[in-house]
Design a protein around this ligand. Structure first.
Ligand SMILES: NC(=O)c1ccc[n+]([C@@H]2O[C@H](COP(=O)([O-])OP(=O)(O)OC[C@H]3O[C@@H](n4cnc5c(N)ncnc54)[C@H](O)[C@@H]3O)[C@@H](O)[C@H]2O)c1
Length: 297
């Protein structure tokens, strides 16, 4: 196992020290090599984020075996990213980007935080478990949440500050095949798969939805975190036979006014349950961590 180097301080949003031009690049390790991770790996290897370098891909424990990841077109031929054991990947990184699963985030995320690294999380549903949430936010590392497939969370947070926040809803509409779950009985599956018009597959709160739709409800948990009470967020999951895009519509009212934000996302070509936008939201978050102050993008 590699001896851990101390993580570089990378807390530009919390105050000093702030990355300055010419400072060493952020070392980024990617956990999860699916629809999100493969785009992240290729884009990072191609130098898409100024001030950040891909240091490793974290494999499943016992499966790293010294392999490397072939990166895609547009990346320099010399790039050969090592696949490493979780502990080695954490030791060699300033930021670990989790894009694996809620289970992996709960299992490995606390080690990243305990090692003083920054964890950029896609599987935000991991925070719906109280013990995992406590360990993921215990420090000394910092937990950063991606905006993922949605937007407007900054405005929603402002409405929370304004007071009187109410009627917070998120309606996610997808193709039925992305909402069918292993726990559904045959009748319920058929109702979704054979629907000729939109069907509500779930209506409840952000506290309940992640266990039922673990791959589709990270956005609902994110809205619950912004609101500060997942029970106060009404979540609808709609299966639409005619949907070509995945749509997330967030709405709320506060003493400062009304808010509505709709994201219409192309599905990932590799995983129809995942939005193609997500890896780019994570790259934007990395750019934010890596850049000097005073810029949006
Ligand atoms: N926050 C959001 O808006 C948002 C949006 C889409 C997806 N997500 C979440 O992001 C995560 C990744 O999504 P995806 O579409 O890339 O999924 P995916 O299924 O395409 O890829 C996940 C990859 O992670 C790997 N993996 C799982 N556990 C691992 C472990 N312990 N160690 C190493 N690798 C592991 C899998 O083998 C797979 O290759 C999922 O949890 C998904 O729910 C979040």
């Amino acid at each position: 196992m590699t001896t851990p180097e101390p993580a570089r301080p990378i807390t530009p949003r919390d105050g000093s020290p702030t990355p300055t031009p010419g400072s060493a690049p952020l070392r980024v390790a990617v956990l999860g090599r699916g629809s999100i991770g493969s785009v992240l790996i290729d884009r990072l290897a191609a130098g898409a984020v100024e001030g950040a370098v891909l240091s490793a891909v974290i494999g499943r424990p016992g499966q790293a075996a010294g392999n490397t990841v072939p990166t895609g077109p547009g990346t320099p031929a010399r790039v050969a990213v090592p696949i490493v054991e979780p502990a080695d990947g954490i030791a060699a990184a300033d930021v670990v980007v989790e894009c694996a699963s809620v289970a992996a985030a709960r299992e490995l995320g606390p080690d990243v935080i305990a090692a003083g690294r920054t964890l950029l999380l896609a599987s935000i549903g991991a925070l719906n478990d109280a013990d995992a949430a406590r360990r993921l936010t215990a420090g000394p590392g910092r937990l950063v949440l991606t905006t993922g497939a949605i937007g407007g969370l900054d405005v929603l947070a402002a409405h929370r500050q304004a007071g009187g926040l109410r009627e917070v809803t998120i309606t996610s509409t997808k193709k039925a095949t992305s909402l069918v779950q292993p726990w559904m009985d045959a009748d319920r599956r058929a109702a979704l798969e054979q629907a000729t018009a939109p069907v509500t597959a779930f209506e409840g709160t952000a506290a309940e939805v992640i266990d039922l739709f673990p791959r589709s409800a990270n956005v609902a948990v994110a809205v619950g975190l912004v609101v500060g009470d997942p029970q106060a967020v009404t979540v609808r999951m709609v299966a639409d036979p005619d949907a070509t895009r995945t749509t997330h519509r967030i709405s709320a009212i506060s003493d400062a006014g009304a808010f509505c934000c709709t994201a219409e996302n192309e599905p990932s070509p590799d995983n129809p349950a995942s939005s193609a936008l997500v890896p780019y939201a994570m790259l934007a978050a990395l750019a934010s961590l890596a850049r000097p102050s005073g810029r949006f993008a």
